[in-house]
Design a binder for this molecule. Structure first.
Ligand code: 13P
Ligand code: SF4
Length: 332
């Protein structure tokens, strides 16, 4: 057992990992980590996965405490799904620029302009925004969620404009109104950057997260014949992992936050995975450090709460999200 004053910097990686596992057991805690977390956090977690898989795990795990290595809205979603559990976020300032693009008041005003519309919210929203919506989705089940809504019903899709454009494209519906929010990390992986990388690597396959500014450009490159259709896939982070495991490609270019590369490289060492934009790093995700996780487990910090009123209003839409779509990725 490490001294209670030891910091992650004074321990070897193995001593730190052993101490994390010991403290998690002592606290009856399960550690969930998003695919964008630092490699050491992904490796020490009980489960690493995409937003949908982690939400499903948060709803079903037996441990009394969930330590969420991700961002604030993810920990809130876990609390909404498992109100009886203690949910800890090792760094409470770990936010999300996309979630910040819309408030609960914005949703109420938008809904008032479109009476009868169904409001679909991406999971990257605050609990207060979720409480104003009808159904939530993640990038891995967004199209299934849209298809669960009658064809003739108008849909207000929020807050990500690129994911909104993607679901409009693949469902073929023209009655989807899209909120013009964006994630600064994914928006920064733009069409120009993608075209340069594809020109330099003409034989590589391409996995694109639908939040990316370049998702439309990727499909344009397919339409223009620059890249063959079978080499381009628009995927959630969990979808990327499943595709990577089966890939026989020599090289795949990855358009999403760079933390994803750790899982992809471990899943398939035969294929070379390279980022489309190596600067696409989410500083919120990277706020969860080895030391912060150690402190969270030692001190029970920082507990995330959602008021009973907000949680009760948000729960139905989050539960619908968890029920819809095929299994997504969250492993050991
Ligand atoms: P997924 O892991 O669900 O694809 O989400 C990506 C993301 O940007 C989370 O913030
Ligand atoms: Fe939010 Fe973008 Fe970071 Fe995901 S990558 S948590 S959407 S800021």
């Amino acid at each position: 057992m490490a001294s209670v004053t030891a910091t992650a910097d004074t321990m070897t990686r193995q001593e730190w990992a052993d101490e994390i596992r010991r403290l998690a057991k002592e606290r009856d805690a399960v550690i969930l980590a998003h695919n964008y977390q630092r490699p050491e956090i992904q490796d020490v977690a009980d489960h690493t996965g995409d937003s949908l898989a982690l939400s499903r795990l948060a709803a079903s795990v037996e441990a009394g405490t969930i330590v969420f290595c991700g961002v604030h809205f993810m920990a809130e979603t876990a609390k909404i799904l498992s109100p009886e559990k203690t949910v800890l976020l090792p760094e409470p300032e770990a936010g999300c620029s996309l979630a910040d693009t819309i408030t609960a008041e914005d949703v109420r005003a938008w809904r008032a302009e479109h009476p009868g519309a169904v409001v679909v919210a991406y999971v990257n929203t605050t609990a207060a925004v979720k409480a104003e919506t009808d159904i939530c989705c993640t990038s891995s089940n967004a199209a299934d969620v849209i298809r669960s809504i009658p064809e003739e019903t108008d849909i207000l899709f929020l807050p990500d404009q690129f994911l909104g454009a993607h679901v409009k494209r693949i469902t073929g519906r023209d009655n989807i109104h899209v909120w013009m929010g964006e994630c600064h990390v994914h928006a920064g992986i733009d069409g120009g950057t993608l075209r340069e990388r594809v020109a330099a690597e003409p034989d590589a396959e391409l996995y694109v997260h639908p939040e990316c500014g370049c998702a439309t450009s990727a499909l344009y490159l397919v339409g223009a014949g620059t890249v063959p259709e079978e080499r381009v896939r628009v995927l959630s982070t969990g979808g990327m992992l499943s595709a990577a495991e089966k890939s026989t490609a020599d090289k795949v270019l990855i358009a999403t936050e760079t933390g994803m590369l750790h899982q992809l490289r471990a899943a398939n060492p035969r294929t070379v995975f390279e980022p489309v934009n190596s600067r696409a790093e989410c500083h919120y995700m990277k706020m969860i450090t080895a030391d912060k996780l150690l402190n969270a487990l030692r001190n029970g910090t920082t507990e995330i709460t959602v008021s009973e009123e907000t949680a009760a209003k948000a729960r139905r839409s989050v539960e619908r999200m968890v029920e819809i779509g095929s299994p997504s990725r969250g492993g050991e």
